[in-house]
Ligand binder design. Structure first.
Ligand SMILES: Nc1ncnc2c1ncn2[C@@H]1O[C@H](COP(=O)(O)OP(=O)(O)OP(=O)(O)O)[C@@H](O)[C@H]1O
Length: 322
């Protein structure tokens, strides 16, 4: 299945393999290079994984913003499922960091990347969507600018969705089983900002339990000490992004505005008018978006382990996510 040919696409070579899909560089009928994502056999056989893939297809085709990886075409479900995405020749932010000897970007490179991710998040949040997996592996870069990708875990707060995240970047309230929110995306962006600006993740651990304890009980050193060259107001706001309580964090838009100001750019208000998006070739509703109780009630939140246990095995965040 993963080696199948897709009508209209010429496969060029393999770009990467994730937990759920193979991604090929391909040429579409318009002669455009695309990143063609084809789910693995195992993904299609596992309901939760297949729904995550379908979710990514649906939302990648729906969202349109310069800092969100756009989908060009796709089929959400079934044996012909695929997703053609905009191709980013530089790969992910994580790839870029690995290629650097220092493992770091310069400040002049970091601030635009952070401002772009904050802009992408501002857009999603204005639409009422939570991303749930902000991290360098899901940020795609080209020419020094960045776009947020991997919408497989994203959901609309009005509809609800399964809480999830990557343990290094996951907010305390998700560890507590209280569910994710716009504020937990801001926390993940804050973790990523610390990592980019100081060269070290603010919360360390080699097991899930150690990381949970670090996120819940320890405080990151002030960014102004770790990276004194970051303009003060931006540093202060990024520090607040790591507040333990969601209500103490800034919004993505506040971060976006401050980061753009630090770059000397005048922050414009985001234009959130919907653009026409490509049709999704699926009529089946996506399961994780089935109507659900409001997410702001802790009683209705789905703890991360519960979601995985439905699949028959204990959720292992280290196996699944980096
Ligand atoms: N739009 C793109 N442009 C360039 N490279 C891409 C693109 N999308 C994916 N890739 C490459 O393919 C790899 C695998 O993609 P991705 O991580 O999205 O797969 P996945 O199976 O959906 O992810 P996960 O492991 O989080 O479930 C990426 O790490 C990246 O190297």
């Amino acid at each position: 299945m993963t080696q199948r040919t897709l009508p209209g696409y010429k496969l060029l070579y393999l770009l990467g393999r994730g937990q759920t899909a193979l991604v090929h560089l391909a040429q579409d009928e318009r002669g455009r290079q695309v990143a063609l994502k084809v789910p693995l056999e195992e993904t299609l056989k596992n309901q939760e994984a297949a729904e995550r893939f379908g979710n990514e297809v649906r939302l990648s085709l729906q969202f349109r913003h310069p800092n969100v990886v756009p989908g060009y075409a796709g089929t959400a479900f079934g044996p012909k499922a695929f997703l053609a995405l905009r191709y980013y020749p530089d790969g992910t932010l994580s790839d870029v960091l690995q290629r650097r000897k220092t493992g770091m970007l310069d400040l002049e490179e970091t601030l635009p990347v952070l401002a772009d991710v904050a802009s992408g998040l501002t857009y999603l949040h204005a639409l009422g969507a939570v991303h749930q997996d902000v991290k360098p592996q899901n940020v795609y870069v080209e020419g020094g600018r960045a776009s947020l990708g991997d919408l497989s875990s994203a959901y609309f707060t009005a509809q609800g969705g399964l809480s999830s995240g990557s343990p290094f970047y996951m907010a305390p309230e998700i560890y507590h089983g209280h569910g994710s929110s716009l504020a937990s995306d801001v926390y993940s962006l804050g973790v990523m900002a610390y990592e980019l600006l100081s060269g070290r993740r603010p919360f360390q651990g080699t097991t899930y339990e150690e990381l949970m304890s670090a996120h819940l009980n320890t405080f990151a050193p002030p960014l102004s000490h770790l990276s004194p060259e970051v303009p003060r107001p931006a540093a202060r706001l990024l520090e607040r992004a790591l507040a333990k309580r969601p209500q103490d964090r800034p919004t993505a838009n506040e971060l976006r505005r401050e980061l753009l100001a630090a770059l000397g750019e005048v922050p414009e208000e985001e234009d959130l008018s919907p653009e026409p998006a490509a049709p999704v070739a699926a009529s089946t509703p996506v399961g994780r978006h089935a109507p659900a109780a409001p997410r702001d009630s802790a009683a209705t939140a789905t703890p991360i382990d519960t979601a995985a246990e439905r699949g028959g095995s204990r959720w292992n965040p280290f196996k699944r996510r980096k």
